[in-house]
Design a protein around this ligand. Structure first.
Ligand SMILES: *Cc1c(COP(=O)(O)O)cnc(C)c1O
Length: 369
């Protein structure tokens, strides 16, 4: 057997006629950049997230960058976030000229630890950016409470959390603004790069709309200096086809996650836990073992597409050497980066495929233990 980390081909096969027709429609109309397809998707996605505005942009990184700019964050400012995330979270903060200030994670959820945020706030702090890692919303109520006390906006990095719930509300509608990625392998992915900013704040929405398209207010009139960070028509058309399937796909992932948990219950492998108030969407199914590297090697040799999200926390990245944060600065993030591994998970996965992954994982853990 050969089991990929995600199987985008299986998903495409399940919706091929709809996708092919949508792409052909864009080509027939030559509506390649922005236009009707983008506006239609924006409306559907805003409704889905339970917010007033969704603004389609060029990527998740672009969404983070433009949102930070929309809040006026720049050089001399600080943004509080987690060191245990995809690099783009910190990178976007740096791109606007601000400084990422990391706060260690909770060892159970791997998300930013709300109890450690307040100590990181300084007079330069301009926002808090929690990441809903692996598709589990961060513990938002205490984060929002701290932010409110210090008059700071909360910007969700929801790039892994399309459709996840916190106390019955969807990720994207929890903070002041949220950023999504539609990178192909995300729970809602397009067929290239894409992203969105969602918010209930009319001013932030207006700023992001201007910034994504050269500050343009009409064809050749530019109100402010902006950027080329638009979403294109083919991506929006693909996303409009996929959005109605998202809840069923997420439910499929949750079923696979529950089955992994049951199959691994009596093993030495640590399986993910979620807060009772969250409904995660398992963008990644992440387990832990102290012999991670050797186990990963064995699984790859068995043609299983395992991943490591993420092997190097942001403060130890070569690119962030200038922050002068030493090993030991964020011990929980560092421990997790040495122990986590991501198992294949997708809605189309079969019991037979999953059994094979579990069998090889248990074998590998036993040999390394
Ligand atoms: C994927 C991802 C991003 C970046 O999204 P792109 O569309 O690849 O630019 C940002 N943050 C997190 C947590 C992600 O997983």
């Amino acid at each position: 057997m050969n089991i990929p980390l995600v199987d985008l081909k299986a998903q495409y096969q399940s919706i091929k006629p709809e996708i092919d027709a949508a792409i052909q429609r864009v080509v027939d109309n030559t509506a390649f950049i922005m236009g009707r397809e983008v506006a239609d998707f924006e409306q559907a996605f805003a409704e889905y997230c339970g917010v007033r505005h969704a603004i389609g942009v060029s990527s998740g990184t672009g969404a983070l960058f433009l949102t930070l700019l929309a809040y006026g964050i720049g050089p001399g400012d600080e943004v509080i976030t987690t060191p245990f995330t995809f690099f783009a979270t910190g990178e976007a903060i740096s791109q606007v000229g601000a400084r990422p200030v990391f706060v260690d994670i909770d060892p159970v959820t791997y998300n930013i630890d709300p109890d450690k945020i307040e100590a990181a706030i300084t007079p330069f702090t301009k926002a808090i950016m929690p990441v809903h890692l692996y598709g589990q919303p961060a513990d938002m109520d205490p984060i929002i409470e701290i932010a409110a006390r210090h008059n700071l906006p909360v910007i969700e990095d929801a790039a892994q959390a399309h459709g996840s719930l916190y106390k019955g509300r969807r990720a994207g509608g929890l903070g002041d603004a949220a950023c999504f990625s539609f990178y192909p392998s995300k729970n809602l992915g397009c067929y290239g790069d894409g992203g969105a900013v969602v918010t209930n704040d009319d001013n932030v929405a207006e700023r992001v709309r201007l910034l994504r398209d050269h500050g343009r207010v009409s064809k050749y009139e530019h109100a402010i200096l902006g950027y080329g960070h638009r979403l294109d028509g083919i991506q929006a058309a693909v996303l409009s086809v996929k959005l109605p399937h998202l809840d069923a796909w997420n439910e499929g992932r949750r079923q696979r996650a529950a089955r992994y948990k049951a199959l691994l219950a009596d093993s030495a492998v640590i399986t993910p836990q979620h807060l009772p108030e969250t409904t995660p969407v398992y963008h990644c199914y992440v387990v832990r073992t102290p012999h991670r590297d050797a186990v990963v090697e064995r699984l790859r040799a068995a043609n299983i597409g395992v991943g490591v999200h993420y092997p190097i926390p942001l403060h130890l990245q070569p690119a962030y050497r200038f922050l002068e944060l030493e090993r030991g600065s964020f011990p929980i993030a560092e421990q997790m980066s040495n122990e986590v591994l991501t198992l294949p998970i997708y809605a189309e996965m079969t019991d037979e495929q999953q059994d094979y992954v579990v069998e090889k994982l248990l074998e590998a853990v036993q040999m390394e233990g």
